[in-house]
Structure formats: structure tokens, C-alpha cells
Design a binder for this molecule. Sequence first.
Ligand code: EPU
Length: 441
Amino acid sequence: MYWKVQVLEKYVIKGGTALHGEVEISGAKNAAVAIIPAALMVDGVCCIENIPQISDTDMLLTILRDLGAKVRFLNKSTVEIDCTKVRYQDAPYELMRKIRASYYLIGAMLGRFGSAKTTMPGGCNFGVRPIDQHIKGMTALGADVSVKNGFVYADARDGKLHGARIYLDKVSVGATMNIILAAALAQGRTIIENAAREPHIVDLANFLNSMGADVRGAGTDTVKINGVDKLHGGSYAIIPDQIEAGTYMVAAAATGGEVLIKNVIPRHLECISAKLRETGTIVQEYEDSVLVKGASTLRRVNIKTLPYPGFPTDMQPPMGALLCLANGTSVITEGVYDNRFKYINELRKMGAEVQVDGRVAVIEGGRRLTGAPVQACDLRAGAAMVIAGMCAVGTTEVEDVHYIERGYENFVGKLRELGADIEIVNFSDDSDPSEKIVMIS
Ligand code: EPU
């Protein structure tokens, strides 16, 4: 572990260019961030293909290395992980605090060792993001779980977890996946009711099953897990990222361009394609790609975000940016998080007319956006600002782009390939230099 001075980066975007060409979608972030911790439970070597090169996966692989795993990249997106020699120890807290997905180490470590100590998860701030349903699940499986001074302590009461029937009070992606992880090596059968149904839940189940687990019903609201004694090594390829694909779809539509988005599962994009078609955008589906052709005038639409197969909350900010350009008044209702409209303030700096009341945003569209210095408030909000910048008149500078790099592989490079005028610029600011020192390992 050592320290270095963090170089601050911003994106500088000159607006007004429609995107044209082809873009290849990377592996799904929210599948990868559960599958990497799942490798801890495998007694053997697992080879994982289609890992997105983003800072969240980098951090998780670093955490596994710190725990004693052998991690080797075979090419830029294929990693071999050998956790056979990993023994129980505390995980590196500084790294865990930075990412939301560190909560999957609770399920994975409890499953493998019967004990886990992690920090409370970090990640994007959309208001209160409790983990009570994760804790409820682990407790039902026979763990004593407590949260003290920012740490989560979990210990299987008799050294081993036992299957149980668990009803989630709230549809939670993280809780569903965490309970699947812990239950995969528990004794007996676990049933999760009111489970989340996102594509990455199916992907985690497929990964575990290919390593010898017995998880059934993933993708429905009832998941049944028959615990097995051990998981063996194997190979697995992560599905393409639904939200990365959706972001390029919206970027193509907003800039009035024409983009073929490759390496996707069109079925996972249906909720996004349907809304884009309502705006007048043409979306053509092929076997593993979608072609998006922007309309000369965008129409207003209303959106309500919901758990899958509803419209994804992670697509709400990019669509918010697009709707500022659409003719008429659009209403967005955020159905998942308490506070996911912070980016609207940034859009207002660019001339957007939006009223926010709690979980509802009313967008008076058809305004011309103008370039401005703005912040990426979080990962998807950052993507929204980049889309707005590409559609605006003049130059937009987006700061805090480390959020964007948590979840989009080579965002700037891929957009430049599509013709966007965007570059990464290093800069320094006047804040306390000690704030720019970060720990890396
Ligand atoms: N919730 C609870 N209790 C819990 C868990 C969740 O009340 O124990 C609430 C949350 O506060 C939220 C709702 O339930 O209001 C749904 O949260 P969920 O657990 O589904 O979200 P998450 O697991 O924290 C994952 C993704 C998010 C994505 C959501 C919803 C990861 C690491 N994160 O978060 O991804 O928004 O599911 O699909 O998988 C992103 O990629 O930008 C991102 C934020």
C-alpha cells in the first residue's frame, strides 16, 4: 500500500455533433461486481470473461488480492481468479468503503468462512441506502449480524449457514444477490420471495451454477437455492451491460445521430427501446445489436422508474438530459430512490427548465442547452451531463469524472470513435492539497 497525489481530470465537450458509427458494449458492471466476490467461494480456479475495465471492478480485484487470491489477466477483459489459498482475514477497509458492491463480500465470506467483517458500503449517494434487507436475509440464514462504528460484523451462529425462507420487504437487487451468495454454500434449501429480477441476478445465478451451485428461479420473484458442499472452478462470460448500452442509445437519440450498439441482449433493453420509440426515435433490434436513429424532433414522454422489467432507475438521468430537448412537458417519477435528482441542478446551469418536488421532476422541454462548467454528481448523473454537453451549444466542462469511470469502460474513447468532440483534461484546483492524496494498493 502506498500514497500518491491524485490527478484531477475533467471532460471538456464541444457540443453540436451527432453521434454516428458503431460501439461495442462491455460486460455488465452490476453483474461483475457480484461475480468477482463470488469467486471467493470457489474451491478452484475460475476464469471470468467480459469483465468491464472500470474502477469498481479494479477495486474488487484489489480487495481479493489483498485477501490472498491469485488474480491474473489473460487479456484485457478475461481474468483468472484462484481463491483456493485464501484464509479468513479482515478485508481492506479503505477500498471497501469506496464501493457499494463491497456488501457482496458479506454474503461471499459468510458462505465460505462462516464469518465476515466489512465496512458499511459506499457508492453513489441517492439519499439513504440502507442494507436492512441484506441483514434480515443473513440473520434468517443463521448469522448474528451487527453494525458498529461503520463496520458490519456477521458470524454464522454454529459456524455454518442453514437454508431458510426469506420474504424481502422491499425489492432489492443487492439483497437478492447477497442472499443467493450466502445460501449457495449453506446447508439445506433457501427460498427468497419478492426477489428482484434484474438480468444481473440471472447472471450471478448462472455463474454460481456453472461452478456447481444449485440456484433456480433467478429472474422471477421466487429464487430457490439448494445449498451445496463446495463450488468447483470453471469458466464463465459476463452478460453485456444493459445500462451502458442504454446510455449510448440515449446519446444517439439525443444528438440526432445513428449508432449501431453491438454486443447487447436486445430483450434486456426493451424497457429503454420502448420509451425511446415514444420520443420518435427509431430503434431496430437485431440478434445481438440495436440500431438507434435519432428523430429530427423529439416528443415528450412520461417515465416512472421501477425494478426490472420496469424502466431502470439507472437510465433516469440520461433520459432526463434527453427530455430537456424534447418538445413539450415530460414528467419523471423516481420509483426506486429517495433522492436521485441532484443532477437537475447541473442541467439548470445549462439552461434546462425543470421543477423537482420530492420524487417527481417536471421538465419543460424544447429549450436549447448551452455549455457550462458542471459536476458529475454520481455515475449516471455524470453520463447525463456528458449527453447534455454533446447536445449543447458551446463548451461544457464536466468535473468529478471519477464517478463516471466507476461504471463506463473507456467512455471518452468510445464517444470519440462515434464522432463526439470530447477530451480528458488534467487540472488542479484551489482546494486543500491533502484532499487530493489518495491511497492505492
Ligand atoms: N433498500 C432498502 N433496504 C435494503 C436494500 C435496499 O430499503 O436492504 C432500498 C434502497 O434504498 C432503494 C431500493 O431498496 O430505495 C432498491 O435498492 P437495491 O438494493 O435494489 O439497490 P442496490 O443493490 O443498492 C443496485 C445497483 C444500482 C442500481 C440498483 C437498482 C449495484 C452495485 N448497484 O444497487 O446501480 O441503481 O441496484 O437497480 O449493483 C448504478 O449502476 O449506477 C447503480 C447505482
